[in-house]
Write a protein that binds this ligand. Sequence first.
Ligand SMILES: O=C1O[C@H](COP(=O)(O)O)[C@@H](O)[C@H](O)[C@H]1O
Length: 248
Amino acid sequence: MTLHDLTIFDSRDALVAAAAERIAAILAGIGARGAVCLTGGSTIVPIYQALAATPLREKIPVDRIDWFFGDDRFVPAGHALSNAAQAQDALLGPAGVRPERIHAMPTHAATPQAAADAYAGTLAAYYGADRLDPARPLFDLVLLGMGADGHVASLFPGQPAAEEGARWVVGVDEAGHPPHVPRVSLTLPALASSRALLFIVAGPDKRPALSRVIAGDDLPAAHVRSVGPVLWLVDRAAAPETRIEDLP
Ligand SMILES: O=C1O[C@H](COP(=O)(O)O)[C@@H](O)[C@H](O)[C@H]1O
């Protein structure tokens, strides 16, 4: 991460408002067809709610966007831990997105890896190829949170999924962070196939990992790339205490 990619907001409310505005502006610029990769976690929920409400909802061309997921918990559809259910309740439902535009991970599959393989097929069918071309990113926008351990999507530190360099989607049998249910996750190459990528990070529990990302330590979040900008929007509580001028 370079410092010009990091914006620090004085409060979580300010972060939520600014992130929602930024996302709405990106989505408003989508042309005839676009793809967005949604995140799970708790930080994103009020941002989804702001996007689904007036006045931002009016800026979003919901019917020209296909909505995908960066990861999900391997739980039945509608489960309290489901990222897809959370996004449906906070954003997609209230914003009036039609079901055929929503591409949830098939967490009813026999195994997390079977779900991952099926979802890779869904992505490839949308993209029209099974090889990613940097000149033609898969996603217009990827949204990500970061766990306190430095995980992104469901790519946890020290696990092989975080090293995957070929497949687009992987099954994760053991989550490295609560809730400890199996996961399905896009890989770093799939996330990197994006015109823009936005991290949204809040809370004091994220501060150590964010400091490590800035220092370039070996954490999944530090390895996230995009064809376009990778922007970090963080609140003051998550930001390192080091004076900004002293950061690398
Ligand atoms: O496990 C998860 O959490 C991360 C971060 O979530 P947060 O609650 O700390 O905001 C999220 O990026 C990921 O999608 C989710 O499955």
